[in-house]
Write a protein that binds this ligand. Structure first.
Ligand code: FE
Length: 242
């Protein structure tokens, strides 16, 4: 997945700078069973002011610095001393999905994944229409960009309470617009996520108060990172062809 490698590289650089450890020692620590590396908050892919005025630095201070970070801290607490300590985030999500006795681990792990995916679903000077193969696929599977916009807005605004709206590539190879409640993620259904918007109130209340439809419209018009979506789509196509 597109962001994973970048986030990992950013993390590696940040970790080695902060700890003043050579990268190899950091990597060795991450793979040593006796000293599993705790999860860390992935850095934003842009400055916290980069999406202003559409998403404020204040929102990032809370949403990334407090909410996203809290999921990381909590997950590390919950998995300490369990079979999940040292496991990959995606594996933790897949192994705990649907298991009520592991709901806490699932919720925090999935929220870490969803939020990192969300930050990468946006970029400065984003928004507007996709191009290339993904645009053609949206035309073919969803009836065109305008119909995608309608479907995405409907999914985002009709998700009752907290959750997420998504553009995903289903297991059947068709694009679909979908929504998930709370921490649920398309990862567990075998779909490939291309794009998401967080519609928990904490995502928009500072900048938009209760106006979720305005937030979603701005996300589509000014913030969407179609290059990220296109790279997820291209990677999924390559994986399928392999
Ligand atoms: Fe959130």
């Amino acid at each position: 997945m597109g962001f994973t490698r970048r986030a990992f590289l950013q993390f590696s650089m940040a970790a080695s700078a902060i700890a003043a450890l050579p990268l190899m020692r950091v990597l060795a620590a991450a793979t040593t069973k006796e000293h599993p590396m705790p999860f860390t908050l992935p850095p934003l892919p842009y400055a916290p002011t980069a999406l202003e005025p559409h998403m404020s630095a204040k929102t990032f201070e809370f949403h990334h610095g407090k909410h996203h970070n809290a999921y990381v801290v909590k997950l590390n607490e919950l998995i300490a001393g369990t079979e999940f300590e040292g496991a990959k985030l995606e594996d933790i999500i897949l192994k705990t999905a649907g298991d009520a006795s592991k709901a806490g681990i699932f919720n925090n792990a999935a929220q870490i994944w969803n939020h990192t995916f969300f930050w990468n679903s946006m970029k400065p000077s984003g928004g507007g229409k996709p191009t290339g193969e993904l645009a053609k696929k949206i035309d073919a599977d969803l009836g065109g960009y305008d119909k995608f916009v309608d479907a995405f807005k409907t999914a985002a605004t009709t998700q009752f309470g907290s959750g997420w709206a998504w553009l995903v590539l289903g297991k059947d190879g068709k694009l679909v617009v979908t929504k998930t409640p709370n921490a649920e993620t398309p990862l567990t259904s075998g779909a490939t996520s291309l794009l998401t918007v967080d519609v928990w109130e904490h995502a928009y209340y500072i900048d938009y108060q209760n106006r979720r439809p305005d937030f979603v419209a701005t996300f589509l018009d000014k913030l969407v990172n179609w290059e990220f979506a296109a790279s997820n789509f291209a990677n999924a196509s390559v994986k399928k062809a392999a």
